[in-house]
Design a protein around this ligand. Sequence first.
Ligand code: PLP
Length: 376
Amino acid sequence: MVYNFAAGPSVLPKEVLLKAQDELLDYAGSGMSVMELTHRGSEFSSILSKAEATLRELMSIPDHYKVLFLQGGASTQFTMIPLNLAVGKKAYYIESGSFGKKAYTEAVKLSKVIDFEPISLGSTEKTKFDRLVKAVGKKENPHDECAYEINEIDPDAAYVHITLNNTIEGTAIYDLPDAHGVPLVGDMSSDILAVDYDVSKFALIYAGAQKNIGPAGVTVVIIREDFLPKKEILSSMLDYRVLSENDSLYNTPPTFGIYMAGLVFDWVKAQGGVKALEAKNRKKAALLYDFIDQSEFYQSPVKNKAERSICNVPFTTGDQSFDQAFIAFADEKGFKNIKGHRSVGGMRASIYNAFPYEGVLELVELMKTFEKEHTK
Ligand code: PLP
């Protein structure tokens, strides 16, 4: 038995893989592999529209939002978002993790050639992003880089960019920040469909597929219609208006990835939907965090319990050689990819929707065994 704790690409539901295997050579009696279907044909057309309809239902996406299935990964969105939404305006960024920092850094690069002003509202990089940047009414400490004063936000700004789940550092936003009425743009790459967020609170949501949606290669963008650019921008491939007018078929979309995403959406529905999966994810995460918290051997780098991610659980023994030994021990026993991201070290258990509760139970047993063997 292998448990895959990878942060992405990551474990997919067995039922989905079996169905895909079944349809790989002959899709719905067409005599063609699902991978061979033209994106302009009726078979793929229904795969695409069904995937969209199921996602809309799962996330209660209001009718005045467009749903796009794109390529380029979540990282391309770091450029597309300001290019489409921020020209001539200010755009705010909250840097509570490595990907939030990347989003800001890419925006700064773009601002050298496009007229807009990216502004960072704060960063927790100094403490290795072990906490979230918080909003305060009045800055209690003007040197506190972890806090921004909401009254400082220009209400005419294009957006405030946030990362809902910090995949590398294991923190997450469960209460949306006060953005002073400025539209929220959310990177939901690592907890889309795992946490029940209210889509209507966002102007735009984006997510790479490779954690809770399907194989790498698809990026989901959900955008409120009034945020679509009104006129042509730099490139059609980067233009939300063009992509949405063509229903994600402006060029050849990642057809197989969209098909797989559709199967995962059906699976999420069969599990009882996003609320039910969030409850399961909370149970899995609580099991692991509770064990870590009572242990004197393991620790969580995220001290504020309310900010702990239920999708990515980092932990450490506090001793690099023990951490390395644990990773090797776990790997040998079939607990794969539990090594933490190279920027933070230690271990990280990514326990997305498709990761089973039993896998977390067994991980806790493994941690107990390792602890016994390494303490007197
Ligand atoms: N944002 C978050 C929160 C992520 O976890 C990742 C990847 O893991 C990215 C952005 C970048 O995604 P991609 O590799 O699809 O560009």
